[in-house]
Design a protein around this ligand. Structure first.
Ligand SMILES: C[S@@+](CC[C@H](N)C(=O)[O-])C[C@H]1O[C@@H](n2cnc3c(N)ncnc32)[C@H](O)[C@@H]1O
Length: 201
């Protein structure tokens, strides 16, 4: 059993989903505010967990579309329960999967959000390249991540910034910005990047 299974699937995952639904709502909201999508945009949520960010996005995009991917069956069940009506209306599409292999066509999305999940992406460069593929030119990626989780994965925050900048630049992103999030009293980190126009690749 992997650490991911242990933390996010089975009984542990069901408990974690309840805790995260409350604890991480403000971070999901902040990521959506930073992305600032238009009401008709298609937006992808990576590592949607209990589906709170998906629900907030669906409310914000009455004439748009929300897709999400997460490798945990427990999270998929919880997020599906939370977004049942919007899924039935065809406004939300949730899939079991992971960032490195996305089941959508190239250029499908205007934006991507990922809250507290980028530290789990394996391999990071392939996952970032997959995001570049599904984003349209000029589309934006916004992540918010616990500072402690980034330190645990990358060692230090400067090393996180170097690793993600290398992966993003190689995948054709530009205008990469890091910051302190409003949530967690500034201890969580924001990261925004723009998908290049084809002539910048
Ligand atoms: C800490 S939870 C965060 C969930 C939610 N975004 C939140 O902040 O409450 C991390 C989520 O990322 C998912 N995850 C793990 N590995 C992933 C991967 N490679 N690609 C996408 N999601 C992944 C987990 O299953 C879990 O639901």
């Amino acid at each position: 059993m992997t650490l991911n299974n242990l933390l996010f699937d089975g009984i542990g995952g069901r408990v974690a989903a309840k805790v995260m639904a409350r604890a991480n709502r403000a971070a999901e909201l902040e990521a959506i505010e930073l992305l600032d999508p238009a009401p008709t945009d298609a937006v992808l949520a990576i590592g949607f967990g209990p589906g709170v960010g998906v629900a907030l996005l669906a409310a914000r995009l009455p004439n748009g579309h929300v897709a999400g991917v997460d490798p945990s069956k427990a999270m998929l069940a919880e997020a599906t329960r939370r977004n049942r009506a919007a899924i039935r209306q065809g406004r939300v599409d949730l899939q079991l999967g992971a960032a490195h292999e996305l089941p959508w066509e190239s250029g499908r999305f205007a934006g991507v959000i990922a809250v507290n999940s980028i530290m789990l992406w394996e391999p990071l460069p392939i996952s970032v390249a997959e995001l570049a593929r599904v984003l349209r030119a000029g589309g934006r990626l916004v992540t918010i991540t616990h500072g402690w989780a980034l330190r645990r994965r990358f060692g230090t925050l400067p090393r996180w910034e170097a690793a993600i900048e290398q992966a993003l630049t190689a995948a054709g992103f530009y205008d990469i910005r890091h910051g302190a999030a409003r949530v967690e009293h500034g201890a969580a980190r924001t990261m925004c990047a723009v998908r290049s126009q084809p002539d910048k690749l």
